[in-house]
Write a protein that binds this ligand. Structure first.
Ligand code: TRP
Length: 338
């Protein structure tokens, strides 16, 4: 389904990813890009740093988050020679295209965008004025995101459900411009939501999320990973008591990482009263360490040799820019009648 297609993925540099982000978002995004490339398509993968400054005003924090996110994608197997891997802020055509898109974007589109509406709702709930603390960057967020997508003649944007509306807005803006000029100036993007991707539960059973404080860390040492895994909630039933694996949180988390054979082994052991909670936690620990250790080594290498990463990002931007320049020229020629 991705044969010959241009796939574009954007990520915001938000905090240190954990196992849930890694298995649920980062790895699948890298694999999707690899699949597209293998089928003759293109894969653009960029870090949305202009989007990030709407919320993060501390340069040192932002810089640290940028480094982490760049190194995590490289550690996870993104090949910067095959994918176009760049920072949004290194492509000046993106804000230029954004400016043109503004002229064709009904203000109402921004009013109804989820991110803005959620911020307003939060203000109302706190008894504050609607627009308290809301900057224009947040308000116009979907137009910049539309430019990210449209700048590369993107066919498909893999996203989580929360971002579907933003891709639809990009499509609507592109459609309005094409209709006005009666030609296909901009390619209409489609979104792609992968329902197969695992939602990894956290150590308390809720979705794994930094804000819940229930994460299994990704690139910390084995001790930290062990500590998180051994604090996964269990009950006091003895080992010999046969258990339904589907009611056991350790097993649920194991599902997102184990091979079918490994999963079968844990499931049988629980059903037959052969495996206790200590055993299955150790099995999970082994699987997690096995999954992350190679990536962790790469991650640490890149964090300690960040100049190499910086050079990759600059090269990625240089390779990616011509496509955005072509789209900008097409747009300028049309809107200014050149
Ligand atoms: N809005 C996306 C998020 O919050 C990040 C993003 C910015 C993006 N521009 C994009 C995603 C373009 C896909 C395409 O996760």
């Amino acid at each position: 389904m991705f044969a010959g297609k241009t796939i574009l993925t954007g990520v915001k540099p938000t905090g240190t990813p954990h196992l849930g982000n890694y298995l649920g978002a980062i790895k699948p995004a890298i694999e999707l890009g690899q699949k597209a490339i293998a089928q003759g398509g293109k894969h653009y993968m960029f870090i949305a740093d202009y989007h990030a400054i709407n919320a993060e005003k501390d340069p040192a924090v932002l810089n640290q988050k940028m480094k982490e996110i760049a190194c995590i994608y490289l550690a996870g197997g993104l090949d910067p020679k095959k994918s176009y891997f760049y920072r949004q802020s290194d492509i000046p055509e993106i804000p230029e295209i954004t400016t043109i898109l503004y002229a064709y974007t009904p203000k109402g589109f921004m009013n109804k965008a989820h991110a803005y509406k959620a911020a307003v709702d939060k203000n109302r709930a706190a008894g504050k004025p609607d627009d308290d603390g809301i900057n224009m960057g947040l308000y116009t967020y979907p137009t910049l995101m539309a430019a990210d997508i449209l700048s590369y003649d993107t066919d498909v944007v893999p996203v989580g459900k929360d971002q579907v509306q933003h891709v639809e807005i990009a499509r609507d803006i592109a459609g309005a411009i094409n209709a006005h000029y009666e030609k296909e100036l901009l390619r209409l993007p489609a979104y792609y939501v992968d329902d197969q991707v695992a939602v990894v539960p956290g150590i308390d059973g809720r979705k794994m999320s930094k804000s819940y404080g229930n994460v299994i860390p990704l690139f910390e040492d084995d001790k930290a990973i062990k500590k998180a895994i051994f604090s996964i909630k269990t009950d006091s039933r003895p080992m010999e008591e046969p258990k339904d694996p589907d009611e056991i949180l350790v097993y649920e988390i194991y599902k997102s990482i184990a091979t079918p054979e490994q999963l079968q082994e844990m499931g049988d052991g629980l059903r037959q009263g052969r495996l206790g909670y200590g055993h299955i936690k150790n099995m999970l620990l082994d699987a997690v360490i096995n999954e992350v250790s190679a990536a962790r080594e790469k991650y640490n290498y890149y964090m300690n040799h960040y100049d190499e990463v910086e050079a990759m990002l600059e090269e990625g931007a240089a390779r990616a820019r011509p496509a955005a320049q072509a789209v900008l020229k097409r747009l300028k020629d049309a809107v200014f009648g050149r």
